[in-house]
Design a protein around this ligand. Sequence first.
Ligand code: ADP
Ligand code: GN1
Ligand code: MG
Length: 357
Amino acid sequence: MNTESYAQAIAQDYGFEPHSVSVKPIGNGHINTTLLLKHSKGAVVVQKLNTQVFPEPDKLVANARKIEQHLKDKRNSGDYALEIIEHIPSVDNTYSVDINGDTWRALVFIGESRSEEVVQSAEQAKTAASAFGQFAAALQDFDADSLYPVIKNFHNLAMRMDMLEQAVAEDKVGRVSEVQEQLAFCRQQMHLVEELALLEGSIPLRPCHNDTKINNMLFSTRDNSAKAVIDLDTCMPGLWLFDFGDMVRTFCSPEAEDSTNLDKVVVREDIFAALVEGYIEPLKEHITAQEKASFWLGAQVMPFMIGVRFLTDYLDGDNYFGIKHPRHNLDRAKNQFALYRSVVAQQDSLKALICNA
Ligand code: ADP
Ligand code: GN1
Ligand code: MG
């Protein structure tokens, strides 16, 4: 089926006037297919959920709707100021529809907004980090155990390393020989697995976003303020250090995640400082001292772990992340390892910024 036929089928399922419908891709997500659908009365976002990544899409939608409801209650009581990602019911009153074996959902289009791929200024970093902090704070009284674990062991580094070794052993597409340098590098970082294990039990499990990359929040095009935290697909119980680390990963480099300009892939300390400040402020009533200290480990783990995941997908034949060219996942992996190296190299100043916050 082509995009136009999907659009017609969606129009029917959601009761939009079929002749008025047009679609175009929006955003740069790696997982789902996201389209802006315009119809006679306005616009909605429609998404084909990637069932390779999310084998139980109905559970994902049920999770997202629980969070949506919780945030709406918070907003109604004046405890959450951002806009909320909102699912639209179909004509049959379901929140996802089956089109030719694929699962689609419709979301309210959050207008006058834009997402960024690269943070442009410290002010922007603070705004975005504060939005993710407000989101985390608003979820503190949410029962995260009521969420279905849509991807088990999502941020389990030990398991990610096992998956890398498995992909190496299988060498499905004959790419192992060209990544020997990256593999050797990965195998030297096992201390991170041990450091994470040592933390177990000393910091609380929290309702987490688990994908706090910069393009998963929307800025207002009117005044550049934070508009909404989006992409709630991986909200599950987790550790704040991972959400913090994912922001370090996606806010701090002046280069995009897939840039091959590796000399420029370095942590911008002013951005890091703004992110620390922006994220911790909304959490100050909740965060423990040990949790704050653990952010340093998060800053190292996330660039490294996502690098490992990109490398694994490259060896596996690119079945997980969307790619635009055959070496895309390898480029992304090299980029993330360069960023991880920069985090480690700047350890003294970055750690001090966390400690002094
Ligand atoms: P993926 O899971 O593939 O990352 P996302 O849910 O993050 O998909 O959506 C991809 C992009 O689409 C976002 O980065 C954002 O630019 C845009 N987007 C998604 N939902 C909305 C929405 N409700 N309103 C406006 N833009 C949206
Ligand atoms: C994916 O869906 P998106 O593009 O926001 C991935 C994240 C990775 C990220 C790397 C469900 O996020 O875990 O960190 O790519 N999402 C999933 O950019 O695996
Ligand atoms: Mg996304």
